[in-house]
Design a protein around this ligand. Structure first.
Ligand code: SF4
Ligand code: SF4
Length: 442
């Protein structure tokens, strides 16, 4: 079991009962899909198709445009209707490829399966991960081939698969562990092989005892990892908190997990890696939870990239009459959406629909200096101080108060009795601090 508790954190109701026991259902094809060329952290992919082109499932429609970039593949067959700005889950419109779906779901020639995958050359595995467009599927969407290529001065001696899924409401990873346990284990083995390691870890919160039991069964059969049941405390699934809980290692301020010899990957990413290597399948589908009291029939769905939220909520019985807010992701770290025309991407782990009665009113009161946000912060920051500084445009001071260490977990906003949207202020502060640092560098 995980031994090391991280500082701060909160205990929001987990709200997972609606979907935790519901098997994953396959979402049917829609009439149109919209594939943003930016579904990952890093340089957007470069469009490789034009209006009128016929495309097949799995075909590359946008190519990687740098080392920190990945290709985008069509998630079904059809005709390219347009290439231009379209709604994006992150807010402003971004370049996307609109495809009129032909309903035949015809597949392109797949990448050849890699023979004897568990003994394959690590560089061949990493090339395949890039070719398949795989990114971190826990929400970070960092290109996986980059994360698996640390510089020689940062040797890796520990690999952790993240099955924590600490965001309330979401059960996509939970179902994956129950339904695809051996694929997760084999994906982990491929990652271990890249670093020449024999054993890894899978971290799972203790509120998923069935998933812990299922993964422990495969761990015993395969002998490649230890399962760690972890305290239920948000944000247990954040990388730095997970590394601390399992290994007792503290990632320094401003550093990445590789600074402490560790790589963390999501369980869904492990499945995507296994499928890319053994089936030649690119990352064009994933499990997502469509849930909340603002949707009629919450579900776990196997979705294709590019499906709109409108299509996904329709598969879950449609929105209730009193639904007021739709969030891409979970309630803590997800992004509120202004339209259901937004497409799901590689990082879409859920769609949360909330009725008016569960949506916090906008507007906030003055800070009462209660200190709850400071106690809740898992990074040891003072959210109220950073909020006050950025509110007064004091960017340099916000930097001195380590605004960039914020992992945007939302714990401070959750506990604030004055309902100050602290995480939004601090996210803004981070943007300003980074811009200032760039300016100073010239
Ligand atoms: S959002 Fe940032 S400042 Fe707020 S609790 Fe999380 S890490 Fe701390
Ligand atoms: S929790 Fe809210 S009210 Fe309390 S100190 Fe922090 S910002 Fe101020």
């Amino acid at each position: 079991m995980g031994k090391h508790l991280f500082m701060g954190g909160i205990h929001p109701p987990d709200e997972k009962k609606r979907t935790a026991q519901l098997p994953v259902e396959v979402a049917p094809l829609p009439e149109r899909i919209f594939l943003p060329v930016s579904q990952h952290i890093g340089a957007p992919a470069k469009t490789a198709v034009k209006k009128g082109d016929k495309v097949l499932k799995g075909q590359v429609v946008a190519t990687a445009s740098g080392f920190v970039s990945v290709p985008i593949h069509s998630s079904t067959s059809g005709i390219v209707k347009s290439v231009g700005p379209y709604h994006h889950p992150m807010g402003a419109k971004q370049l996307a490829i609109e495809i009129e779906v032909d309903g035949e779901d015809l597949a392109a020639e797949p990448m050849a399966p890699i023979a004897d995958p568990l003994n394959a050359d690590p560089n061949v595995i990493k090339s395949r991960i890039l070719e398949a467009g795989i990114v971190g599927m826990g929400g970070a969407t960092f290109p996986t081939h980059v994360k698996l290529s640390p510089p020689p001065e940062s040797p890796i001696d520990a690999v952790i698969l993240n099955g924590v899924e600490c965001e309330p409401f979401l059960t996509a990873d939970h179902r994956l562990m129950l339904e695809r346990g051996d694929d997760i284990m084999c994906g982990l083995k491929l990652i271990l092989n890249i670093f020449g390691l024999e054993r890894g870890f899978i971290g799972i919160e203790k509120n998923k005892p069935d998933a812990i039991a299922e993964m422990a069964r495969f761990a015993t059969q395969r002998g490649w990892c230890d399962i760690r049941g972890l305290e239920v405390r948000y944000p247990q699934g954040a990388e730095k908190q997970l590394i601390h809980a399992i290994l007792g290692r503290d990632v320094p301020s401003g550093a990445l997990p590789m600074a402490v010899g560790t790589v963390v990957q999501n369980v869904a990413t492990a499945v995507a890696i296994w499928e890319a290597v053994t089936q030649g399948k690119p990352l064009i589908e994933r499990v997502a939870t469509v849930t909340g009291d603002g949707v009629n029939e919450p579900k776990n769905l196997l979705i294709r990239t590019g499906m709109t939220l409108e299509h996904l909520v329709t598969q879950a019985g449609g929105l209730t009459d009193d639904c007021q807010k739709v969030i891409m992701g979970g309630p803590m770290m997800g992004m509120a959406q202004h339209t259901l025309e937004v497409p799901a991407t590689k990082g879409t782990s859920g769609v949360l629909c909330l009725p008016a009665s569960q949506v916090r009113a906008t507007g906030h009161r003055d800070c009462i200096s209660c200190g709850r946000c400071v106690s809740a912060c898992p990074m040891g920051l003072s959210p109220t101080t950073i909020f006050n500084l950025i509110d007064k445009d004091k960017v340099a001071e916000a930097d001195e108060w380590s605004a960039l260490d914020c992992i945007e977990c939302g714990s401070c906003s959750y506990v604030c009795p004055a309902w100050i949207p602290l995480v939004q202020y601090i996210r803004y502060a981070k943007g300003r601090v980074m811009a200032r640092r760039r300016e100073l560098k010239g």
